[in-house]
Design a protein around this ligand. Structure first.
Ligand SMILES: [Zn+2]
Length: 272
């Protein structure tokens, strides 16, 4: 399942293909939008944005909301390319003179007015979106003080989109490693310096994953690991999918754990 950086990259791709261009045709078969987007033909797309895992496409005062859940996927092709024939149903299709953008399989799609966006049940409950390059450490640090999170364990908390939006499974392991904190600790037990480190790590690691296409280590480390024949899924991270391998910082063996049925890898020495 894509995490925040991947959704924000998809948004950037759609933005490049759609914003400022006039829509020549609009289609798709989702019941929430079928026929209701006809008024978009002849109009320009004003903005495309991601909010955690939701995609928002703005045309005038209207916003097309979609959440990919497990199977949804946006594709961007040249307008002249024949759409792929695969086992996915076409939900929404937006075509201009250059590009055809298509949403496949997603079931959570709706058309709303711009003023309704912040009140949408999914969007209203989101914490700061750390995959958004505009999100700052100060904003995240302030959110870490909210009383409702203090008794929660970090491992569960980091996958809660109300805490930090945009964080998924690989980012959880990587942020906790970068912050130097043990996943089993509760947020409220961290001292101020540890909370500072967590806020800084959440922003730095997630922004890096966005800019480096899912790579959370620095480019040199990644290139060195790839050169040594390490698989991409391990080479791109500090600890995630690196269990049994030496930590890049201290050489201790990275350990594998599972929390809530999902992989959580950590360095027993660097994370305390
Ligand atoms: Zn280490």
């Amino acid at each position: 399942m894509p995490e925040g950086p991947e959704i924000h990259r998809a948004a950037a791709q759609l933005r490049k293909a759609l914003v400022g261009r006039t829509l020549l045709s609009v289609g798709g078969e989702h019941p929430a939008t079928a026929g209701r987007l006809d008024g978009w033909v002849g109009r320009e797309v004003d903005a495309v944005e991601a909010r955690s895992k939701a995609m928002l496409i703005h045309v005038g005062e209207q916003v097309l909301y979609s959440h990919n859940q497990l199977y949804g996927r946006w594709t961007v092709n040249r307008a002249t390319t024949t759409p792929r024939n695969w086992k996915r149903s076409l939900r929404v299709e937006l075509v201009n003179d250059q590009h055809a953008c298509r949403l496949w399989s997603a079931s959570d799609v709706m058309l709303m007015d711009a003023w309704e966006v912040n009140g949408h049940p999914y969007i209203a409950q989101l914490g700061p979106d750390v995959a958004d390059l505009r999100t700052t450490v100060v904003e995240v640090r302030a959110h870490l003080e909210e009383a409702r999170f203090q008794r929660r364990g970090l491992a569960g908390l980091l996958l809660d989109q109300r805490f930090l939006a945009g964080v998924g499974n690989y980012l959880r392991s990587e942020i906790l490693f970068e912050a130097g904190v043990d996943p089993s600790r509760r947020l409220g037990h961290l001292n101020a310096a540890e909370k500072d480190a967590l806020a800084e790590a959440a922003v730095a690691i997630t922004h890096r994953a966005y800019l480096q296409k899912g790579v959370t280590v620095d480019q040199d480390t990644y290139d060195t690991m790839r050169g040594l024949g390490v698989a991409r899924r391990s080479a791109r991270h500090f600890v995630f999918h690196r269990d049994g391998m030496p930590c890049h910082r201290c050489q201790s063996t990275v350990v594998h754990g599972r929390v809530g049925g999902r992989r959580l890898d950590a360095c027993p020495t660097c994370q305390t």
